[in-house]
Design a binder for this molecule. Structure first.
Ligand code: NCD
Length: 316
């Protein structure tokens, strides 16, 4: 077994972003600080002028793909988009043939989403030194830029992540969003992390280290400062068919349930939302919802990540 690929160089600069696991707090904070600047003043810059970004998406995506594309274009990059399955199960060209073809076209940054675990790491090893890899979602395991944008949203709204009690609610077992939010918030010293799910959607014991577990929505969101709702990941094998009406009854975020959280609690959701299942429209569109702010922050965070990768590619 190889060691995980180093994501930072000797100077601590970001070379790839495959996972938030193991990234130092100072690096996460500097990315959030930079993203906060982009979020406050959405101006274009030239940080990626002369570079080419390839978006390789093997799973459906609207906001993540569009925000990576806009983040690259707003910094002067050329962008090429592919809908492609890079997993080793895919027919035809092998994964590495595809990657080397793109590398020959002088792609500098590969943004990759795939349903199979390990694809981003494999590509990063293949292109290391010649191009950078950013994960845009890896199986159920990791979605690092989503974790960063969620942390930025909490920080903006609450000021201090160290005082925030965050409840993540829904299909935790199959959620890469939950894993990366947990990793980002834990690294940044979040006061309390709770995971709230029916038993069939709870991750295995030992996962989500340090998080408190709740099988009751009412108990899980009581007094929370942040309520982060998740979609049921029907496309990933696991808990079998779900009775959506029963799910809404027990785990849907209604206005009445939200009243159990802190009075100034914020509501988050990575999208896509299923209104009337995990969240009611009244709440999703209500005054406590920061769901659209998350989308805006997604572009800002991806600008910061791409800028950091571009900087480390310029030889010192
Ligand atoms: C999520 C994803 O694809 O992991 N969406 C996103 O990136 N905004 C969550 C989901 O699909 O439910």
């Amino acid at each position: 077994m190889n060691f995980p690929l180093a994501q930072t160089d000797a100077a601590g600069r970001l070379r790839h972003l495959v996972t938030l696991d193991g990234l130092p707090r100072a690096l996460l904070e500097s990315l959030l600080d930079r993203a906060a600047v982009f979020a406050a003043q959405p101006v274009k810059n030239d940080a990626l002028r002369g570079l080419t970004v390839a978006n390789l998406f093997g799973e459906p995506s609207t906001r993540t793909r569009a925000s990576f594309e806009l983040a690259a274009l707003r910094q002067g990059a050329d962008v090429v988009n592919f809908e492609i399955t890079l997993s080793s199960r895919a027919k035809g060209e092998t994964l590495l043939d595809t990657v080397y073809t793109l590398l020959a076209m002088r792609v500098d940054v590969f943004v990759i989403r795939d349903a199979e675990a390990g694809v981003q790491d494999m590509v990063a090893r293949a292109v290391d030194g010649e191009a950078a890899v950013v994960s845009a979602g890896e199986a159920h395991l990791s979605h690092p830029t989503q974790g960063l944008l969620d942390a930025l949203t909490v920080r903006q709204a609450k000021g201090d992540i160290g005082r925030a009690r965050v409840a993540i609610v829904g299909d935790i077992a199959r959620s890469r969003v939950a894993r990366s939010a947990h990793r980002a918030l834990a690294t940044l010293g979040c006061a309390e992390l709770r995971i709230v799910a029916p038993r069939a959607m709870m991750p295995a014991a030992g996962a989500f280290e340090g998080a408190r577990r709740f099988e009751s929505m009412e108990d899980g969101i009581a007094g929370a400062d942040v309520v982060m709702m998740l979609r049921i990941q029907h496309e990933r094998a696991g808990s079998g068919p779900v009775d959506l009406a029963a799910y809404h009854r027990d785990f849907g975020l209604t206005a009445a349930r939200l009243a159990l959280a802190a009075p100034d609690a914020i509501v988050m959701h990575p999208g896509p939302m299923n209104r009337g299942v995990e969240i009611d429209s009244e709440v999703a569109d209500g005054p406590q919802s920061l769901i659209r702010r998350q989308v805006a922050n997604g572009v800002a965070v991806r600008m910061a990540v791409l800028e950091a990768l571009a900087a480390s590619r310029r030889k010192p």
